[in-house]
Design a protein around this ligand. Sequence first.
Ligand SMILES: [Zn+2]
Length: 118
Amino acid sequence: MARLLPTNIQLIGDELAIAWNDGAESFFSLAALRMACPCAVCGGEPDVLGNVVRPEVYHSRDSYALRGWSVVGGYAIQPAWADGHGSGLYSFAYLKKLEAAAVTSAAQDSPNPTYSVT
Ligand SMILES: [Zn+2]
């Protein structure tokens, strides 16, 4: 199987659009992307007992705006947020997982639910 790689990354409005080398395209809202920042500061790190203490993370308007991004190590995208945060490495596999999760929650919020009679 070919390695998953982005062939094109573009900022479109408040969404990051990524075209992959498998022909798929992903769209991530910047807010959702920032909330999913996988870095230790945003996500929390387990302490010696394995408890994850979620830190208080302050987000401002700038937290959801991008100054730019870089592709690092051939496996991840590192966004540079307008509020100065930039330590989150979003691996390509992580982005695909995020997208799958977003698609699932969108389906659950469907305005046309199917009713079942029990
Ligand atoms: Zn972070």
